[in-house]
Design a protein around this ligand. Structure first.
Ligand SMILES: Cc1cc2nc3c(=O)[nH]c(=O)nc-3n(C[C@H](O)[C@H](O)[C@H](O)COP(=O)(O)OP(=O)(O)OC[C@H]3O[C@@H](n4cnc5c(N)ncnc54)[C@H](O)[C@@H]3O)c2cc1C
Length: 280
């Protein structure tokens, strides 16, 4: 799984499939259910830490075959494999505002909706009209208001759903202004984030009333390393792969950071990154 995750760590999956259609995905899920094979859905792997023993089951990656984006008036419907960067660009080209913040998030629509990804004051949940899911027996459109969107949390985390796509309700805007906002966000990311190293973005959620990066930096942990995993010198909220890191390195570093921040500030840092799979 190191080839399919932006952290570049993780052992093998027993089975790995990239279905070419919704029918193929449904057929795979049916077989997995009949054979009692655990399933992990994934998009771009930019928020996944797979342990070094890999995943005992079937990983289904919704990728290129699920990347269609269509416009209907002020809405864009995107299949779950579409990249958020492509969606944000299409919104700009269609003179629709509301997704500028998503341009630099290196995930897919499926993973983004699942995580309620957000940045610079925006969150995907704010613009979701409905989410199309496969619930194991039927395809349903769940209204955004029923998705229980909150900070990096959605109802999709509590239900056995496959996210097939989502419709985003946007507002007409000036394409030049949208472009300027997107460029500004991209420049801020480049300046502040260690984009030159593999990572999963902010490793920890923002604890109420604090910023994870500021607490980690305040605890003197910038540059702290375990094996090939390191607290970024550039942005302490990012744990980066300096080369040759294992999932175990990241997990040890995560625990060390949690302990030291707890000791100094009494604040418990929870990972935002989804940790899956098993140890060797
Ligand atoms: C450099 C960098 C910067 C980042 N910046 C941000 C940021 O600004 N804001 C932010 O919120 N995040 C950020 N991230 C984290 C990440 O990009 C987002 O969480 C993104 O939305 C994850 O999408 P993905 O397709 O990569 O999901 P994955 O990592 O593939 O999956 C994430 C979770 O979603 C589930 N999932 C994926 N697809 C589906 C589906 N179709 N159906 C059901 N479940 C599914 C997976 O099982 C997993 O639990 C950043 C990451 C990196 C590497």
């Amino acid at each position: 799984m190191d080839k399919f995750t932006t952290l570049r760590v993780g052992g093998p999956a027993d089975y790995f499939a990239e279905p070419g259609s919704e029918e193929a995905a449904a057929a795979l899920l049916k077989v997995a259910r009949e054979e009692k094979i655990p399933v992990l859905l994934m998009g771009n792997g930019s928020n996944l830490l797979v342990r070094d023993g890999g995943f005992r089951g079937l990983v289904i990656r919704l990728g290129k075959a699920f990347s269609g984006i269509t416009r209907k008036e002020n809405c864009l419907y995107a299949q779950s494999g579409a990249l958020l960067s492509v969606l944000a660009r299409q919104a700009q080209e269609a003179a629709l505002t509301g997704l500028e913040f998503a341009q630099g998030i290196p995930g897919s629509v499926g993973g983004g909706v699942y995580m309620n990804a957000g940045a610079y004051g925006g969150e995907l949940g704010n613009t979701v009209d409905f989410v199309r899911v496969f619930d194991g027996s039927a395809v349903r459109d769940i209204p955004g208001s029923d998705m229980r969107f909150s900070y990096r949390h959605t109802r999709a985390m509590e239900e056995p759903w496959v996210i097939l796509g989502a419709q985003f309700r946007l507002t007409p805007g000036d394409p030049k202004e949208i472009e300027t906002a997107m460029r500004d966000y991209a420049a801020r990311r480049k300046e502040k984030q260690p984009l030159e190293y593999p990572s999963a973005g902010s490793f920890f959620k923002r604890p109420a009333g604090h910023f994870a990066g500021a607490l980690i930096e305040g605890a003197g942990l910038k540059g702290l390393s375990v094996g090939g995993a390191q607290v970024s010198e550039k942005h302490a909220g990012f744990l980066i792969n300096k080369g040759g890191a294992t999932a175990a390195d990241f997990l040890k570093l995560m625990e060390e950071v949690q302990e030291r921040v707890m000791e100094k500030y009494g604040v418990r840092l929870e990972p935002e990154v989804r940790i899956v799979g098993e140890d060797p």
